[in-house]
Ligand binder design. Structure first.
Ligand SMILES: [Zn+2]
Length: 120
């Protein structure tokens, strides 16, 4: 697992660390090294679970694959993204949410968001 430069790790919840470990296993099963692009960073709002150390973002699996293979990333979702997302959501169970999302409708900004959000 790699951390993108500038990722802030302050205040990480233990559940977040567990989810990072599970995510790494899922990416590795697909031959990919996950890149954590955001944890507790200022670009998320103060009410975001990121600010509580309970969420993180991962580089899209298809983008990891493209970069590892020296190819340009197509800037859109590919089957491997849906496969990794489905498997990760299944392994994390109901206490976590895993979402393929993009910020501000920017095609460049697709990522896999994971948060600890147990049912009440
Ligand atoms: Zn996020």
């Amino acid at each position: 697992m790699r951390l993108k430069s500038g990722v802030k790790l302050t205040g990480l919840q233990p559940q977040t660390v567990l989810a990072l470990s599970i995510a790494e296993r899922v990416y590795e099963r697909h031959g990919l090294e996950p890149v954590v692009t955001s944890v507790n960073d200022s670009r998320h709002g103060p009410r975001s679970l990121h600010a509580a150390g309970a969420a993180f973002d991962l580089r899209l699996p298809s983008r990891c694959a493209a970069e590892a293979g020296g190819r340009a990333w197509g800037q859109s979702l590919e089957p491997v993204d849906r496969d990794v997302h489905r498997e990760l959501a299944s392994r994390l169970g109901e206490c976590f949410d895993a979402v393929l999302e993009q910020h501000q409708a920017s095609a460049f900004d697709w990522h896999l968001h994971v948060e600890f959000d147990p049912p009440i």
